[in-house]
Write a protein that binds this ligand. Sequence first.
Ligand code: BGC
Length: 251
Amino acid sequence: MNVFGLDIGGSGIKGAPVDIETGRLLSERVRVGTPQPATPEAIVESVLEVLSHFDWEGPVGCGFPAVIKDGVIQTAANVDGSNIGFDLRKTLQKRLENPVSVINDADAAGLAEMRWGAGRGVRGVVLMLTIGTGIGSALFVDGVLVPNTELGHIEIDGHDAETRASDGARKRQDLSWKKWARRLETYLNRVEDLLWPDLIIVGGGVSKKSEKFLPHISTRTEVVPAKMHNQAGIAGAALAALPEASPQLID
Ligand code: BGC
């Protein structure tokens, strides 16, 4: 079965049809820049622009960087505040005339890693962290997703963790990989003290450069880079469009 996967992010909106059996993108993804300000109406127009490159009829799964309840956006850490309360699922469904599901972006990426990537077949408590503009989290217990965890926002030394330990912070403050790794280590140590996971998967843009920072990080939990890199968000959003997505992750 094929589903169109969409990954809405702070800087880009990406999409491609996905083969749900393998997690592979069936054609090259199309990316448009996220409109600024990223109001819900502008985001919807950009999503339509991405889809206009494809002749798509069928289900669409969409990842969005916020807490999502029943298709409605609940928070807005890295998008315009006017998104709060917006029913993204209903609006997209109407405009696309196709069934649409909407899920938190990190939850989407986590589903993909659990099904096809670094978390495949891993039981127990697995925490996927997407480290990009912000920090997203996806928590799994025996392969079942606990949706909408927002562990990027735990407070460390009086700061919202993602403002110091995200890749966005590294770039903004022009930190060396080693210096940034120390911040990430503090963050990971706090998270492992709170959750005692069996495995931590580090995803997001930095997962491609894990050799630059993972050697500087010491944790009691095994930490591995994500395998699906920037495909995880699209493939996982597509996977989430299937109602049975989560409980069937463990083979
Ligand atoms: C948001 C999360 C999102 C993460 C990654 C955070 O700022 O609160 O919902 O998953 O960024 O995009």
